[in-house]
Design a protein around this ligand. Structure first.
Ligand SMILES: Nc1ncnc2c1ncn2[C@@H]1O[C@H](COP(=O)(O)OP(=O)(O)OP(=O)(O)O)[C@@H](O)[C@H]1O
Length: 664
């Protein structure tokens, strides 16, 4: 523990200590897990380059620390306004200790001037390991990626693409007039038809897939009639699970389209992961496709775009040919990517409610006969975003729909009312003394049907299907209410009830999640499998994975990175849906408990969501907190004159391997 006075006697120091003293402190903080080893390593690297200013060394540690928490940059003004809150110190850091003291002193210094006086920081030119741009401090790698993403999106933000004379008639066929006015699905399709970059966002069941299936059909119909040559259309998603879901839902939607068989035949059937599409190279961040070898396609549809991090987006934008259209689908209210960045959130922020320019508003009015007034605000990105409004999955009688709306509106009182209103598809179960293990019994009941199928030696695809019916979701990984402890508790309870033959190691019915990509086995982080006796292998255990078209069996011994998956984190559940969900709320607040996390957890459930909480107030309190991810992307996308940044395309000299303290 850090003493009140601080271990180096830094009680409210008037000035920052020398560099070697700062490094000693950073070592202690790293040992206590307050900062990551790479944060310490980066600060050390900066000092080793001869940096004499301890302010620069401390800020280097902080910008690295922030990147580990999903931020692209450190916004100096926000840091200075509230240093400890901005960097979100762990709860065990004492107020008045060395760390909080140093941050407060640091925040009072003229940060920009001191940073620009260092050879370790540039304004974007040269190859210094950090960049200061618009009062934001970046690791050079993130600054480059952000500039690239912004400039490539901006390059797709030109005037509207020409409309075909028959476009409105085609829209009439695919989106016949109904009671909903305006029909945002039709408007989204009309907008995407004339933009090279378009985002269609919306909550669960708002018709994103339905809309985009019609959009692809319309684009293909147009191409076949006008040029006689079909467009090359590809579909992708950030994870294998999400790609499999997209394949399934788009095939369902395409089957019912009122278009000719030749158009249907020219539509894509299968989605792949973004890593596979881009040709990820094992153990590097590089892709086979890029600016020098663009992807051979005309239209790319990417689902679950909220899971795309900055670096993946930069790789994707570089590999897209200039003429190609990019359509992003996703739910802007969900959790952002695990890695740094919140691309979908940044693009959608402020772009909704609609603020279309005159040209776009005129076109949409013509395409829908619904009068849309142009906006007076100057947000060019708003011309590229539509948010679908109506959920066709959760009707007025749905508690899940009502609760997720309250969570989104950050309305704890409203959420409490919804939970007390007698809906049959949601319940909040307070775990008092008597019902302390209610959640374990609920989990056992949730998995019973699946495990009975295992006993009856049902086909692997049926067992995998049954496993998708129910899932336990946790906010945290560690602690009594975290994934690790709950997985063990659930396994023990299932074993005690005779539903599984063992509660550790490999046994029939053990569900597992892959925790890192294995290209050789064609298994990806987040893939779910179940160990079952394989009749084709004399009844020996194999782990079966549903890979869309087929179920694959893998020897357990070949799976080096897997964990038991009765309980999983909400983060890992993104891109999946289950009939029924049991969401476990920890008994005290954590910075991870946010509105986005609750919304993602509750909306993973299709027909029933149970929430178990020892202290229900933690659930309601979490609604007040938002995931905030610092980045400069919105600013870069907003600039009207096309000069997103003087340095958007400049200063992109690459830093050689090993030259930047681990942040290559
Ligand atoms: N305009 C509509 N009228 C009636 N039903 C619709 C309409 N749009 C979509 N649906 C139905 O609503 C359900 C959800 O649609 P869809 O799968 O397209 O939504 P989504 O936003 O992609 O959902 P999610 O991403 O949550 O899976 C489907 O059964 C679909 O047929």
């Amino acid at each position: 523990m850090v003493h009140e006075q601080g271990e180096l006697g830094l009680e409210a120091p008037a000035a920052l200590p020398a560099v070697d003293q700062v490094l000693t402190l950073l070592e202690q903080w790293s040992e206590r897990d307050w900062i990551r080893p790479i944060d310490l390593h980066f600060a050390r690297f900066i000092a080793e380059q001869g940096e004499q200013d301890s302010l620069v060394v401390l800020l280097a540690m902080l910008v690295s620390h922030q990147s580990g928490r999903g931020h692209i940059c450190l916004v100096l003004k926000r840091f200075q306004a509230s240093p400890c809150a901005y960097v979100q110190l762990p709860p065990e850091v004492d107020e008045g200790g060395d760390l909080t003291c140093l941050l407060s002193v640091l925040a009072q210094e003229p940060l920009s001037e001191r940073l620009l006086g260092s050879s370790m920081v540039s304004a974007g030119d040269g190859s210094a390991p950090m960049v200061l741009d618009r009062e934001r401090l970046y690791l050079r790698r993130f600054w480059r990626s952000e500039c690239r993403v912004a400039s490539k999106i901006r390059a797709r933000m030109g005037p509207l693409l020409p409309a075909d004379q028959k476009t409105v008639a085609r829209l009439d066929v695919l989106f016949p007039a109904g009671p909903e006015q305006p029909d945002w699905q039709r408007l989204a399709c009309a907008l995407a038809l004339r933009q090279r970059f378009c985002v269609i966002s919306g909550g669960p069941g708002t018709g994103k897939t339905t809309t985009v299936a019609r959009l692809l059909a319309l684009l293909q119909e147009q191409a076949l009639e006008n040029d006689g040559v079909p467009l090359v259309i590809e579909m992708a998603a950030p994870t294998g699970k999400a790609a499999a879901r997209l394949t399934e839902s788009i095939s369902g939607a395409l089957a019912h389209l009122p278009v000719s068989e030749s158009v249907k035949a020219a539509l894509p059937r299968e989605a792949v992961t973004l890593h596979r599409l881009l040709g990820a190279r094992p153990d590097t961040r590089r892709f086979r496709f890029g600016e020098r070898m663009p992807l051979p396609l005309d239209v790319l549809l990417v689902d679950e775009a909220s899971m795309i991090d900055l670096e993946l987006m930069a790789g994707l934008m570089e590999a897209l040919p200039a003429r190609a259209r990019l359509i992003l689908l996703g739910d802007r209210d969900q959790l952002a990517s695990v890695e740094a960045g919140a691309i979908l959130g940044d693009v959608c922020e402020g772009a909704w409610p609609p603020a279309f320019s005159t040209d776009v508003a005129d076109w949409l009015t013509q395409a829908s006969s619904y009068p849309l007034a142009p906006s007076t605000t100057e947000r060019c990105i708003a011309d590229h975003v539509v948010v679908l409004q109506k959920s066709y999955r959760f009707d007025a009688g749905s508690g899940i729909g009502a609760l997720s709306r309250m969570i989104n509106q950050r309305d704890p009182a409203g959420a409490r009312q919804v939970l007390e209103a007698g809906y049959t598809d949601i319940a909040l179960e307070p775990l008092g003394e008597i019902r302390a293990r209610w959640h374990i019994s609920r989990a056992v009941e949730g998995y019973r049907a699946c495990l009975e199928q295992v006993h009856q030696q049902a086909a692997p695809e049926d067992v995998l299907g049954a496993f998708q019916q129910f899932r336990v979701l946790c906010a945290l990984r560690r602690g009594e209410w975290g994934v690790d402890a709950l997985n063990q508790a659930i396994a023990t309870a299932l074993f005690n009830r005779g539903l599984i033959s063992d509660d550790h190691g490999w046994y029939a019915g053990r569900p597992v999640m892959v925790t890192s990509n294995d290209r050789q086995l064609n298994l990806y982080n987040g893939d779910i499998g179940i160990a079952l006796p394989d009749a084709a292998a004399g009844g020996r255990l194999r782990v079966f994975f549903d890979q869309g078209e087929r179920v694959r069996a893998v020897l357990p011994g070949r799976l080096t990175s897997v964990e038991t998956a009765y309980a999983m984190t909400v983060h890992k559940s993104q891109g999946s849906e289950f009939s029924s969900v049991l969401f476990i709320v920890p008994d005290r607040h954590s910075p991870l408990l946010t509105r986005e996390l609750l919304y993602t957890a509750v909306t993973r459930a299709k027909t029933r969501c149970d929430i178990a909480a020892r202290r229900p107030e933690v659930f309601f309190e979490a609604m007040r907190h938002r995931v905030e991810r610092s980045s400069g992307l919105q600013c870069r996308l907003d600039v009207k004159d096309g000069s997103g940044s003087a340095s958007d395309m400049g200063g992109l000299t690459s830093t050689g391997p090993g030259q930047n303290g681990g942040h290559q």
